[in-house]
Design a protein around this ligand. Structure first.
Ligand SMILES: Nc1ncnc2c1ncn2[C@@H]1O[C@H](COP(=O)(O)OP(=O)(O)OP(=O)(O)O)[C@@H](O)[C@H]1O
Length: 249
């Protein structure tokens, strides 16, 4: 890897996250050193421990950023600038928006799932990103009971022609199985979203670019308190009575 190339010139940004040892286990021998940053505020290089075989060269690797063991989910979320990816997808200034992908790669047990989906107490990048998405589009979200009425016209507008399913219908069908298979170390995804304060509008606002970073800065790393005791079934919150659902085709 060419250490001298700036990350902005790369098609991909590659971050390294070091996983802390499991609770209660002996601290393993460290096989790499994180180099002190020379110019940036964060480390970007690691060196593998010098091989005992002196014929082998010392190997040094460069990353966009190295997260050491104590880095929190929020540290990773902010440093990887996922809010700006969300902004690209939402395209507040108009246009079609951009695609973005965040993926993890690593050996088994290295923390891929922890980073993406979180744990019982810490939200992962997915929940944090979805939080920004939903806070951003708040005013443009349709009420659940209005969705059934507009489903047909939404379907007609969708160039991809993939079938649209309203969330309650989808969650009713798949929620129970998904939750059962996730039981274990993983926290249930918080399902009830009942904002106490009005949600901010991102798409309608002229100062949208500023707002998404404000929103991203304000989101909590931990699950909201009421979500810890999350409900046993999945329901979208609506104070209005649900309108009858259209018959399945
Ligand atoms: N940064 C971290 N802080 C605290 N615990 C972590 C961290 N990363 C991973 N863990 C814990 O280490 C264990 C293994 O992590 P995880 O399941 O995310 O690995 P994985 O890479 O997804 O593994 P696999 O490829 O086998 O699915 C989990 O118990 C997880 O909670």
């Amino acid at each position: 890897m060419d250490a001298s190339r700036k990350s902005s010139h790369n098609l991909f940004e590659v971050f390294l996250r070091l996983r802390p040892p499991p609770h209660g286990s002996a601290i393993p021998e460290r096989i790499l050193n994180v180099e002190d940053p020379e110019t940036q505020s964060h480390p970007t290089h690691i060196t593998l421990n010098p091989p005992t075989d002196r014929r082998r060269a010392i190997e040094k690797f460069a990353f966009t950023q190295v997260f050491e063991e104590e880095a929190s989910q929020l540290d990773v979320f902010h440093a990887t600038k996922i809010a700006s990816l969300v902004e690209g997808v939402l395209a507040p200034q108009g246009g079609e928006g951009t695609d973005a992908v965040v993926a993890t790669l690593g050996v088994t047990g290295s923390g891929k799932t922890h980073t993406i989906l979180g744990s019982k107490s810490q939200r992962g990048l997915t929940q944090l990103a979805m939080d920004v998405v939903f806070r951003s589009i708040g005013e443009n979200m349709l009420d659940t009971h209005a969705l059934y009425a507009v489903q047909e016209s939404l379907q007609a507008c969708d160039a991809s022609e993939s079938p649209l399913t309203v969330a309650p219908q989808f969650l009713d069908a798949s929620g129970e199985t998904t939750m059962a298979s996730r039981a274990g170390s993983r926290a249930a995804t918080p399902m009830i979203v009942r904002p106490r304060q009005p949600l901010l509008s991102y798409v309608n606002s002229p100062s949208a670019t500023r707002q998404v970073s404000t929103l991203a800065g304000a989101i909590p790393g931990a699950f909201p308190r009421e979500s810890i005791a999350s409900p046993k079934s999945v329901r979208l919150v609506s104070d209005a009575p649900e309108s009858p659902r259209p018959k399945q085709r």
